[in-house]
Structure formats: structure tokens, C-alpha cells
Ligand binder design. Structure first.
Ligand SMILES: Cc1ncc(COP(=O)(O)O)c(C=O)c1O
Length: 490
């Protein structure tokens, strides 16, 4: 398949104000009537909003063209390892768009029983899926879930008089950067644990690292190489014997759905990345959700509020409904987000789980693992660590993984995650997810294999068929231009 991404050039002026062309719809008198005195300080207010003045079709075309110059999971395969970029089923958008979904968060518990019932149902689904006893839906992303879990662990140790002594968090070297960052942000010393030769936790190294200073050990299972930590029970024992807690980074839960549960493996705290495992959209920074689950002994420290069922209501002609209320856990760490969290994202996660059910969730993990194994079998790059589950890390060998990634774009597929984890040289961390069929997996494999056969000059020059060529990635991430007004700065 030959791929060329759309290239629209837009006249900047045409996007901006067309004040000269149109008569204002509101006359001065009417405008005066709607003007409201602002209670905000002067430096935070402005007299006018400089919005582009466009008709609806112009605006729709503008965003459609922008989307055509972009790549997303709705355009093609997106095997970005560790990110689980699943297709977001559109029915969940429909559910989130239902009128009742937009209730005001300040309404009384009694008047939003449906909303609370859904949140309670999601707490329950997630607890059952993770083998946890209690769940908070508040954290707005996986990394925020990590940080919340760390706050909960600290509150637990403080409650048991060990807050000061337990000042270390152990993190494997293969872990995601957010684990290190969350631990440091929580005020802990981070102890980096080198992986064993098989890419898993080295039990001897863990024994040596665990002590009465250990507050928490953060682990992803399967880990970022896609390898299941088969010594997980021994790992849990080492940490628990040292008086520490075990944290499950849920980024790879898609590999285990409906088959194995972190709680049964000995984990005490976990987060769920609903935008990965439960197909709610990746928010590009938000809004997202990273609920946190814990075992019974930690439930009293979870963020407030949570939802509980306090009775049953004999509704006329509709059977017995639960009666729900918000409550603050006894020794809560407080709030980590407004209200009950990012409600509409949570609605989508609920809808996804309810639609798939037990069998669907089991099927998702089976296909995710099957697809990763099929793809790895078909590609000619070396895959040093096996047997993996839902993702694998290939090595680009003598090629630069970043060049491989850029060149894959020319073949109409999104590249894998590159250069991480560092224990694989020139890593290509690949996760096709369960959503892809055989034809797409073959297309992906062909893209990998074609790039492998190409010379350095060709791949260093890529991408050629995309709207944007090589960009300065650091500046692109740090110097964001998200507004049409940024055009003025050029
Ligand atoms: C292993 C792992 N842990 C944590 C995170 C952080 O999750 P989030 O992006 O939801 O903040 C990620 C994100 O990709 C991840 O891959």
C-alpha cells in the first residue's frame, strides 16, 4: 500500500477574524444588556476575546484538514508499546453524550442516584478485575494514580508509626519514567533495581534492596518487556517480610484481563489506566482517569470522596435500586482531583466493561497476546527477550531506532515506542493490541521488514510522505503552539 498523508496549506488570514465582512449580529444595546460585572481581579479579566470569526462549515473543514494531517488510531495501526493505544469504540461516546451524563457535580447525592450508581458500579468492576477490595476513581491519569498510591502508602506507614523510617521506594530499571518521577515527587529516595539477565526482577538483588526503609516496591506485570514476573509470589513475600507494600503499575493490565489479578499475586495497591485497558481515549494530557485500587487495610486512606451503597430502594415498577452516597474514608489522604474525578471518561470505561463482560475481557487479553506473538514471529528484527505477552521489545540492531520509527511512518503505520526500555539496545517496543486483524498485522510486519532492508541514508531522510518531516522533537514538546494566534509569532 502506498501512503501519502494529506498536505493542506491554509491561509492564516482566512482563519482569523472576518469582522470586515460581516455585520455584528448583536447591536450595541443588546451587548450592553448581557455584559456582566466580573468578580475577578482586573489583571485576570479582558475586554474582548480575539476569536476567529468563522462559519460552521469553515470551522468543520479547518479541523477536518488538521485531522487529515495527523495520525491516530482511527487512521491506522498504532502499536505504541506500553501505551496500549486501543481503538476507542464509538458507542462509548454515545453513552457519554446521553443527557444524564452531564449532571452538575454539586447536586445533592439524592438527586444524582443514577450517576452515583454508575460510579459505584465502576468501583466494583475495577475492584473485581484487579482483585482489590476498594477503589478510588479520582486520579486523572496513570501517573496521577501512581502518585496517589504513594500518598496512600505513606499514610499507611505513618499510621503505623513508620512514616519517617520508611523513606525508600524501589523501582526496577525497566520501569516507566513516571514510576521514578512519582516516587521522587512523593519525597522518597528512589532505589533503582537492576533487572536480571532474563529481563525480570532479580530476586537476590531485591532481597538486598528491601529493608526496613522500604515503603513501596513499584512493579509492572507483565513488565515493559512484555515478560510475566513468574516469581511474583516470592517478590511479594520479600517485600512484605521487609514491612513494605507492593504497588502494581496497571499500564499492562490488558495482558491479564479476565485471567489473572494483581490482588491475587500479592499486590496491595494498583492503578488502572482506563485510557489503555478500557479503551477510553488517550487525552493528550487530559482529561483521563487513573483509578486506584487497594486491599482492605489501605481502604481508609483512599482519596475522598468515594461512593458507597447505603441501602435499597423499592422503586415503583422497577424492582429494587441501590441507594448511594458519597463518603470520606476515615483517614483519607484528601482530594487528588475535583469532585469524583473525570466523570465522562469514567462513563466510557464503565460502558466498555459492561459491553464486553467477563467473556469479552478475557477475549481481549487473549487476542492482545496472540497478536503480539504473531507480529513478532513475522518481523525480522531480533526480539531478545521471550516469551512475552501483549507486547515485545525488538532491537533495531545497527540501525537507529528513531530512524526506523520515522521511516515506518512512510509506510502508513504508526511506529512502536523507541529506545526504551534501555536494557534492549535500540529498542522497538511494540504492542499491536487486540483490535488489529491479520491483514493489519501483516501490513505492520511488512513495514518493519522493509525498513530493516533499507540503507541508513534512506531511513535517516525519512519521513517523506507525511505532512511534517523531521521535526525538532524537544522543541515540539516544550514550545507548544496550540492556538491560531501562534501563527503571529512566526
Ligand atoms: C508502564 C507505564 N506506567 C505508567 C504510565 C503512566 O500512565 P499515564 O500516561 O496514564 O499517566 C505509562 C504510560 O504510558 C506506562 O506505560
Amino acid at each position: 500500500m502506498r501512503y501519502d498523508q494529506a498536505r493542506w496549506t491554509q491561509d492564516g488570514d482566512a482563519e482569523r477574524s472576518q469582522d470586515d465582512q460581516y455585520e455584528p449580529l448583536l447591536d450595541e444595546k443588546h451587548t450592553d444588556e448581557v455584559a456582566v460585572e466580573s468578580p475577578l481581579p482586573d489583571e485576570l479579566t479582558r475586554d474582548s476575546l480575539e476569536l476567529p470569526d468563522l462559519s460552521e462549515p469553515e470551522l468543520a473543514r479547518h479541523y477536518t484538514r488538521l485531522s487529515q494531517m495527523n495520525y491516530g488510531v482511527d487512521s491506522g495501526p498504532y502499536p505504541l508499546g506500553s501505551c496500549t493505544m486501543k481503538y476507542n469504540p464509538k458507542f462509548t461516546e454515545d453513552v457519554a453524550a446521553l443527557g444524564d451524563a452531564a449532571v452538575h457535580p454539586a447536586r445533592s447525592d439524592r438527586s444524582v442516584q443514577g450517576t452515583l450508581g454508575l460510579l459505584h458500579g465502576l468501583q466494583d468492576y475495577l475492584a473485581r478485575i484487579g482483585g482489590m477490595d476498594a477503589v478510588s476513581l479520582q486520579p486523572p491519569a496513570g501517573a496521577a494514580g501512581e502518585f496517589t498510591g504513594i500518598l496512600v502508602a505513606r499514610a499507611y506507614h505513618e499510621h503505623h508509626g513508620e512514616g519517617d523510617r520508611r523513606d525508600e521506594i524501589i523501582v526496577p530499571d525497566s520501569a516507566h519514567g513516571t514510576n521514578f518521577a512519582s516516587a521522587a515527587l512523593g519525597g522518597y529516595d528512589v532505589v533503582e533495581l537492576p533487572s536480571g539477565e532474563d529481563g525480570r526482577v532479580d530476586l537476590e538483588a531485591l532481597e538486598a534492596a528491601a529493608s526496613d526503609r522500604t515503603a513501596l516496591f513499584m512493579l509492572t506485570n507483565p513488565n515493559t518487556l512484555g515478560l510475566f514476573e513468574r516469581d511474583i509470589e516470592a517478590i511479594a513475600e520479600i517485600i512484605h517480610n521487609a514491612g513494605g507494600l507492593l504497588y502494581y503499575d496497571g499500564a499492562n493490565l490488558n495482558a491479564l484481563l479476565g485471567r489473572a489479578r494483581p490482588g491475587d499475586m500479592g499486590f496491595d495497591i494498583m492503578h488502572y489506566n482506563v485510557h489503555k485497558t478500557f479503551a477510553t481515549p488517550h487525552g493528550g494530557g487530559g482529561p483521563g482517569a487513573g483509578p486506584v485500587g487497594v486491599t482492605d487495610e489501605l481502604a481508609e486512606f483512599l482519596p475522598a470522596p468515594r461512593v458507597r451503597e447505603v441501602g435499597r430502594d423499592e422503586g415503583e415498577g422497577r424492582g429494587t435500586d441501590g441507594v448511594y452516597e458519597l463518603f470520606d474514608p476515615e483517614h483519607t489522604v484528601g482530594k487528588v482531583h475535583g469532585f469524583e474525578g473525570n466523570w465522562l471518561v469514567l462513563v466510557k470505561a464503565y460502558a466498555y466493561i459492561a459491553r464486553l463482560g467477563d467473556d469479552g475481557l478475557r477475549d481481549a487479553s487473549a487476542k492482545a497476546v496472540l497478536n503480539a506473538n504473531y507480529l513478532a514471529e513475522r518481523i525480522e528484527y531480533e526480539v531478545p527477550f521471550e516469551p512475552f505477552h501483549h507486547e515485545f521489545v525488538a532491537s533495531a540492531g545497527d540501525q537507529d531506532a528513531a530512524d526506523v520509527a520515522k521511516r515506518m511512518l512512510d509506510y502508513g503505520v504508526h511506529p512502536p515506542t523507541t529506545k526504551w526500555p534501555e536494557i534492549v539496545s535500540e529498542a522497538l517496543m511494540t504492542e499491536p493490541t487486540e483490535i488489529e486483524g491479520k491483514d493489519t498485522l501483516d501490513q505492520l510486519a511488512d513495514a518493519f521488514n522493509r525498513v530493516l532492508a533499507e540503507d541508513d541514508a534512506t531511513i535517516e531522510d525519512a519521513p517523506n510522505r507525511t505532512t511534517a518531516r523531521r521535526i525538532d522533537q524537544t522543541s515540539a514538546a516544550r514550545d507548544l503552539r496550540l492556538s491560531w494566534q501562534a501563527l503571529d509569532d512566526e
